[in-house]
Design a protein around this ligand. Structure first.
Ligand code: GLC
Ligand code: CA
Length: 566
């Protein structure tokens, strides 16, 4: 059996800009993370993933890197990073950083050189094209759309050429068919590993290879977003095998690739099976689309597609069971808040505890996104001026263009999935007006529900969501069930059940039965196949067992130690 340190970890993702502001300039920072390491230790996590804090003009909050070897001044200094690594390691907490290798900022010295002339030595660090002439008029080389709206190309007057950029204009794509780029990025990775970090979450990694530059089919849109033109193409695997051979395999480091929405399970296996020699695991997003959030404008009518959700989790669990490892996460800094996405507004505490249990008892490495452990929710956006995120603004304008008379609908639509939902400042206390995040008006507004939802309140309430997460983490990292939760087999029960997600985890010592109800009503379920030996965790004070049946209350979730009856 393959065993690695990260398989026994529980991760926590930090978006530094929103976590904790230590010097009251309204922006979260590295010293803020340092201050809160005790909190993370208390929660019990032993791995943190910190989103980019490198020097950047912040067009995309740091994913647009200007200098890979320095820290953005609003986040702190190199010494702050070293101090943070040291203390985290003292606490038994490992650290992984975002490795952004698909693009740089347009203010990166390589790009400034690259755009200056066609024969500059850095020209081939990026993807340049003269453009296409259509009816005597010069236009973009292809009609491909970018993730943040508009074309995947941007025109630069200096050399009268287009450069490729699948995110924003200020994020030119690196040219991975140039081997010099490989060496540069190998240096970046080695430098941070030498500093003592424990691995990387690798940003946008599936996009490093591009299809031939030909137009894609359009259903009327000027710049259709066709993922297949720049996702999971063959050479990505060559590049990753090289990075693995020259860097990752020489260190005992964890690498998690963000493989985006277009990666199927088969693709996932190519990146992250034990035999692929590429990445330790990949984040996929299949479970993020299992409700009707795209079709509605009122969050109260949200409907979770339970069976779809179960199938997604089950398919990945099954496919990787003998051949690889998976991260387990509900959301990240690009997704809506869990409480608003899959939680239930009538049963916020029970439903979020249930969702936590359902995920944390699976096989894989759980990742909690900051604020998830206290039940933070989406923000009630009412005006486009409340958005900071570049893609939320673009989305708003996209919807408004379709229905120019309906700005309210446009804001609702863009608001529901806005990445800013996950980026509002962490709610530490009920202190007015900035929830203990800062004394100064933060860069993004605090969610007005901070008096009801905050860390302090969670810490003071033994029945809180925080304490539920703490217990789940303890079960996985310290309890006598540690081995079965980490390395045990996984098997779904009743795949077709409309409301219950039930699975078994098993090793030679223990069998655990995990039952999760996604229903607002009571659901009866027969346990006649099991002898119940113990109860590990649940989200109600009392379990209702009647003869061989369990009667589950709304969103009830329970983990039993059982013996299967033959
Ligand atoms: C990834 C990040 C996202 C960022 C994008 C470009 O998808 O998660 O936040 O905007 O890459 O770097
Ligand atoms: Ca600050």
């Amino acid at each position: 059996m393959v065993k690695k340190w990260w398989m026994e970890s529980v991760g926590y993702q930090i978006y530094p800009k929103s976590f904790k502001d230590s010097n009251n300039d309204g922006i979260g920072d590295l010293n803020g993370i340092y201050e809160k390491l005790d909190y993370l230790k208390d929660l019990g996590v032993n791995l943190i993933w910190i989103c980019p804090f490198y020097d950047s003009p912040m067009d995309d909050n740091g994913y647009d890197v200007r200098n890979f070897f320095d820290v953005a001044k609003e986040f702190g200094t190199m010494d702050d990073v070293k101090k943070l690594i040291l203390k985290a390691h003292e606490y038994g907490i490992k650290i992984i950083l975002d490795f952004v290798l698909n693009h740089t900022s347009d203010e990166h010295p390589w790009f400034i050189e690259s755009k200056s002339s066609k024969d500059n030595p850095y020209r081939d660090y990026y993807i340049w094209h003269e453009g296409t002439i259509v009816d005597g008029v010069k236009r973009e080389p292809t009609n491909w759309g970018s993730f943040f709206g508009g074309s995947a190309w941007n025109y630069d007057e200096t050399t009268e050429s287009y450069y490729m950029k699948i995110f924003s204009n200020k994020m030119p794509d690196l040219n991975w068919s140039n081997e010099k780029v490989h060496q540069e990025m190998i240096d970046v990775a080695n430098t941070w590993l030498d500093l003592g970090i424990d691995g990387f979450r690798i940003d946008a990694v599936s996009h490093l290879d591009r299809a031939p530059f030909e137009d894609t089919a359009s259903n009327g849109e000027k710049y259709p977003l066709d993922w297949y033109k720049f996702s999971n193409l063959p050479k990505v695997h060559d590049y990753l095998k090289k990075l693995n051979k020259e860097v990752f395999s020489k260190r005992n480091c964890l690498t998690i690739g963000e493989v985006g929405g277009a990666a199927s399970i088969e693709e996932g296996i190519k990146y992250a099976s034990y035999e692929s020699n590429e990445l330790s695991m990949v984040f996929n997003f299949d479970h993020n689309w299992c409700n009707n959030m795209y079709d509605i404008t009122n969050s109260k009518k949200l409907k979770v597609h339970v069976k779809d959700l179960k199938k997604v989790f089950n398919n990945w669990q099954e496919a990787f069971k003998d051949i690889g490892w998976l991260p387990l996460n509900w959301l990240n800094h690009d997704q809506p808040r869990l409480a608003s996405h899959y939680g239930n507004y009538k049963y916020p505490l029970q439903s979020t505890k249930m969702l936590a249990t359902a995920l944390h008892m699976m096989r894989g490495t759980p990742f909690i996104y900051q604020g998830e452990e206290i039940g933070m929710t989406n923000y009630p956006f009412e005006d486009v001026s409340e958005f900071n995120d570049i893609s939320s603004k673009a989305n708003y304008h996209y919807h408004l263009e379709k229905e120019p008379d309906n700005p309210v609908k446009a804001i609702k639509k863009a608001g529901l999935r806005s990445r800013d939902n996950a980026r509002t400042p962490m709610q530490w206390t009920n202190e007015s007006p900035y929830a203990g995040f800062s004394d100064t008006k933060p860069w993004l507004a605090v969610n007005p529900n901070y008096k009801k939802i905050n860390v302090e309140k969670n810490l003071n309430d033994p029945n809180s969501l925080f304490h539920h997460y703490q217990k789940l983490i303890e079960l996985r990292t310290k309890s006598i069930y540690k081995d079965v939760i980490v390395y045990g087999s996984y098997k779904i029960i009743d795949l077709e059940h409309e409301e219950l997600y039930i699975y078994l985890r098993k090793n030679k010592d223990h069998t655990l039965l995990i039952i999760n109800s996604f229903s607002q009503k009571k659901v009866k379920y027969s346990l006649s196949n099991y002898e119940i030996l113990d109860q590990l965790i649940s989200n109600y004070p009392k379990t209702t067992l009647k003869n061989d049946d369990i009667v589950l209350k709304p969103f009830e979730s329970i983990v039993f130690k059982v013996k299967e009856k033959l």
